[in-house]
Design a protein around this ligand. Sequence first.
Ligand code: ADP
Length: 438
Amino acid sequence: MPGFWLRPLTNLGLIALLALIMWPIAGAVWALLGFSLFLLGYILFNLRELKALNRWLANPQLRTVPEGEGLWEETFVLLYQLARRQSASQHQLSKALERFQRAGEAMPDGVVMLDARDQIEWFNPIAAQQFGLNLETDIGHPITYLLRQSQFHEYISAHNYSEPLIMKSARNPEITLSVQLVPFGDDLKLLLARDITRFEQVETMRRDFIANVSHELRTPLTVIGGFLESLQDYTDLSEENRSHFFGLMRDQTLRMQRLVEDLLTLSRLESAANPLQDETVDVPALLRQLHQDAQGLSHGRHPIRLELESSACLQGAESELRSALGNLISNAVRYTPQGEEIVVRWEDCGGEVRFSVKDSGIGIEPQHIPRLTERFYRVDRSRSRETGGTGLGLSIVKHVLTRHQARLEIASEVGQGSTFSVIFPATRVLRAKAPVAV
Ligand code: ADP
């Protein structure tokens, strides 16, 4: 920057020239004194500007860059431009950091950033929930102080993070977490934690389901196998015994058939490729048919009353509703002792409409009620089997009702009987114009 020197040297040259001109006129002393005074002023001026620069450097803010004069003006302008560029890139950097932090906070999994000594540098709100961490007190603390499970300590000290660690949440032991450490940068680590509770539940359900189905099929198959062996070994069986054996084998075959049919129904209901049909279901007519079926099933052992107090029809799938409501009615017949009454009712209930079946049967203890719609859940296994139950009926009911946005309510008292009610939402109800004949 040759221009930088031009101005001060010109100024100094001019003053030196002035001093030289003064020399013969005012004498050497005055000329040197004048020149010295000018130099002193020049030094003081520069010191003042230097002080301004020094003060600014102690607290460099874009809006307080000194203005300066002469040589310093240009320096301060350059300084201002530099400070502006720096402030712009700082702004961009903090925006990028903010975006990264927001992305971390928005992640559906827990994220904890650890330094080289496994101390917490940062974590997102999900990690705070999963591990019970607190932003105000836990930053800077070693993660192992806060997550005290021995399996986690073993995992972190093993230095092999290729597989995740499955552990219970410290905060809520009902939550299962899949935790994995991901090393990055200079000995830093990311601790990623995913809530796999639902996945584990589904996995347990799947295992239980397979075990249950196998168990349900094994018993009838063992019985049939046993009879077939007997028939093979004892060729001289009497006609009476033979027909007794065949009868028992037929019962077991029917039992397996019912089970497979119920399983297929459940699988159809659960299949995403099976959307709900939208037909108009004449529920009063359907209930009259189901009433007749129930009488057939009861063989006249129970008085079964049908009370059609509403003419409402429903929008939905007739076959599914037949299966669900039929299941509830047949359960009432199967779990009600001979001679006790059963009442099937269809009634309006505000804008909604309610189906109910009330029996005077054995009733159900309260602790069983929330679990009745689970697959294969039975209060009394042998009673269910004796009456031809598969343990899947209420599970089918629940699926059908969910597909129709309806809810199931169960009220029961042991020894007094049970009422199973289904409430269909107003959005599914179609009102018939003419009153229905009961
Ligand atoms: P199941 O084929 O065993 O009847 P469900 O799924 O239909 O299977 O019913 C599950 C269990 O709920 C039954 O095993 C029985 O213990 C109980 N249950 C269902 N309905 C009634 C009822 N009306 N009265 C008493 N218990 C009932």
